[in-house]
Design a protein around this ligand. Structure first.
Ligand code: 3H9
Length: 655
């Protein structure tokens, strides 16, 4: 093979009359201007060179092509544009075969769709996930994919951003052949079998016929999940268009929609979230610290939180030892964990073999000394300082000297828990969110004495559990609950100042939260915060503004949804405005001599955003949060802040 280079990122070699072109643009071979230019130059060369019978496109490393270069969005466009590169591939007079050796996403799959034949490894991942970035495919995906797999299946993939492995791609008809160890050789051999005078050009294929029911069902399903976001709805419209409009018209409409959405606030916010997620969990100075090996995870407490953590750990492939105080409680804990696995089987997320495999790695016992085998023990017991410090002192005598102790506390000071042990450097906070097997967010609390290798281990563990780890310093409530408290406080101030709970909830729900704050308080229950306020009453600063309405609600037995009454009433479970609460609010205003003012929805949102941002700024200046984007991710993934607004810090910056 003689090597040729067409740009910094594109090289090629002639093998047996076939030009094998490698895209090498680490980390994911994104379609930067250099890649696009290099591909054009390669095609130019391949067309002219009589020694080239056909072209095989493949990627260096583990990726085929990860998509358009997202970093280029928002900058002036540079030629050649991707749709032009793709049209050139589709119209190419010699066979072009895609050898898909890893991820083929977004523009990466669009390149492959324009090739005349596609081979993929079984582990390759193919998809058009653009809607997750608030956009639609912009280089033919909505027009070519339906021509290969039909309208309904294309809606399912594009409007949901669903990514499929190589084997499923074969079944769907996206690829022609799955090939593992001999991918390149197979692709080269295939070129020889293709008749250059009858190349299969995807854009010229007729869209397979389908029943309207199947199409409508796929569309309705995707739109329900999209909850009002624009990109999935536009994706559905564009895929439907493929059935009725000629290719050129479909492509033009797709491109127009892509550009409009790419420049929208929603897409900017989702791009921010994408890069925020990649930055999260990166800690300066920790790059060279190796995480310790974890095989066995101990979990003390197998209630709601502990059983969720156990399922998450089993899903991550770990051995799990759950510990309870009595044999009866251990039996209940095992039942709870088994119940969660059963639910996963019923919903199709897990198969029977997977369930058996997980149960084979699970022990639930009342015999705490079994935790001597654990590499890390996570406590998920009642959130009380005495209970937790006594437990940690006991664990300290049981677990190996190098084992890590992790607390799942949400409000207590983990430094105090760590100080009660002989191993404060091996203590870390792991604040899971409930239900712990579902929620992605995990606050990793870097305590005063936590050793770097312990923090690195906690982050590696979080990754293997499929979580989004955000490092927080120690402060009451860590990042999430600190901001949520500020949000709660401001929402209560606003109620005293003149806005009713239902007005505040409506404004936040229109903004994109699944539920407004008062509906959330009622769902979570009002009594825990009440108990905390009573504990703090003696030390509260008397000059600080204090809203008594939540105390009055609790004194009236209104603890939220569980008692059928809270900020709202819940006759038949339905959230309803309760005149009794409105009267309480009016009484509170009168008592303080407040003349209520009216708030617009925008004023409500602005004031709550400002409260969150002020608290966020304080956390940044105290070094509790490392970066503003971490705060955004916590609020999006733990507290329902709409991802399409990018999180409070980003949203406030855009306003
Ligand atoms: C598109 O294609 C539009 C077209 O339809 C139309 C165009 C006209 N660009 O996630 P990782 C970086 S839209 C730039 O940790 P993994 C990422 O920031 C695009 N950079 O790795 C990170 O950088 P750093 C459609 C990108 O192995 C590094 O790569 N495509 C891009 O867990 C590693 O990322 C998508 O939506 C990109 N496209 O997962 C795919 N992708 O190291 C988006 C990644 O500096 N990407 N980076 O932090 C992904 O889903 C995952 O990154 C992937 C790898 C599965 C590829």
């Amino acid at each position: 093979m003689s090597a040729l280079r067409f740009s910094d990122t594109i090289s090629a070699a002639l093998a047996d009359g076939v030009l094998v072109v490698t895209i090498d643009n680490a980390p994911v071979n994104a379609l930067s201007a250099d890649v696009r230019g290099g591909l054009m130059a390669t095609l130019e060369h391949a067309e002219k060179d009589g020694a080239v019978a056909g072209v095989v496109l493949t990627g260096a490393g583990n990726s085929f092509i990860g998509g358009a270069d997202i970093k280029e969005f928002g900058k002036p466009p540079v030629e050649p544009f991707l749709p032009d590169v793709i049209s050139r591939i589709e119209a190419f007079p010699k066979p072009v075969v895609a050898a898909i050796n890893g991820v083929a996403l977004g523009g990466g799959l669009e390149v492959a769709l324009a090739c005349h034949r596609r081979l993929a490894t079984p582990g390759a991942k193919l998809g058009l996930p653009e809607v997750k970035l608030g956009i639609v495919p912009g280089a033919g995906g909505t027009q070519r994919l339906p021509r290969l797999i039909g309208i309904a299946a294309a809606i399912d993939m594009i409007a949901n951003g669903r990514v499929v492995p190589g084997a499923e791609a074969l079944k769907l008809g996206i690829v022609d052949r799955v090939s593992s160890d001999t991918l390149l050789a197979d692709a080269i051999a295939d070129i020889k079998t293709i008749n250059a005078s009858s190349l299969c050009r995807t854009g010229l294929l007729l869209v397979p016929s389908a029943t309207t029911e199947a199409i409508d069902r796929a569309a309705a399903d995707a739109l329900r999940k999209a909850r009002g976001q624009r990109a999935p709805a536009e994706a559905v419209r564009l895929v439907r268009l493929a059935a009725t409009a000629p290719l050129s018209e479909g492509l033009a409409e797709e491109r127009r929609t892509f550009i409009e959405l790419r420049d929208s606030d929603e897409a900017a916010a989702l791009r921010h979230v994408f890069f925020a997620e990649r930055a999260a969990g990166k800690v300066e100075g920790l790059e060279t610290v190796a995480p310790r090996r974890i095989e066995t995870i101990g979990i003390v407490g197998t209630g709601l939180m502990g059983s969720g953590i156990a399922v998450s750990a089993l899903n991550g492939g770990y051995r799990v030892i759950g510990v309870e105080q009595t044999i009866e409680a251990a039996d209940k804990g095992r039942e709870r964990i088994t119940g969660l696995l059963d639910k996963a089987v019923q919903s199709g997320r897990l198969d029977a073999a997977g369930r058996e495999d997980r149960l084979g790695r699970l022990t639930v016992t009342a015999d705490m000394p079994q935790l001597a085998q654990a590499d890390i023990v996570i406590e998920a017991v009642f959130d009380d300082l005495t209970v937790k410090t006594e437990l940690f002192q006991r664990l300290d005598t049981i677990v190996r000297a190098d084992a890590i102790l992790a607390t799942n506390t949400s409000y207590l000071d983990p430094d105090l828990i760590a100080a009660a042990t002989q191993r404060p450097a091996r203590v870390v906070g792991l604040h899971f969110f409930s239900p712990a097997h579902i929620m992605r967010l995990l606050e990793v609390v870097n305590c005063k004495e936590t050793a770097p290798d312990v923090l690195a281990t906690a982050l590696a563990l979080a990754k293997r559990l499929g979580k989004l780890p955000i490092v927080s310093g120690v402060t009451e409530g860590f990042i999430g609950n600190s901001i949520f408290s500020a949000y709660r406080r401001e929402a209560e101030y606003m109620v005293e100042d003149g806005a009713l709970p239902q007005e505040i909830d409506a404004a936040l729900e229109a903004y994109g939260f699944p539920m407004g704050p008062f509906a959330v308080f009622d769902m979570a229950g009002l009594e825990i915060a009440w108990a905390r306020r009573k504990r703090q009453a003696a030390t509260r600063n008397p000059s600080e503004r204090y809203v008594a309405i939540p105390d009055w609600l609790c004194e009236a037995g209104r603890f939220g949804q569980k008692t059928g009454r809270g900020w709202y009433a819940y006759p038949d479970g339905k959230r309803t405005v309760d005149p009794e609460v409105t009267a309480m609010i009016e009484a509170a205003r009168t008592e303080k001599g407040i003349v209520p003012k009216r708030f617009t929805a925008d004023e409500i949102v602005s004031r709550l955003l400002k409260a969150m941002v002020d608290e966020g700024d304080a956390l940044l200046s105290q070094g509790i949060a490392a970066r503003a984007s971490d705060i955004d991710l916590v609020m999006i993934n733990g507290y329902g802040f709409p991802a399409s607004k990018g999180g409070p810090m980003f949203a406030a910056g855009r306003r």
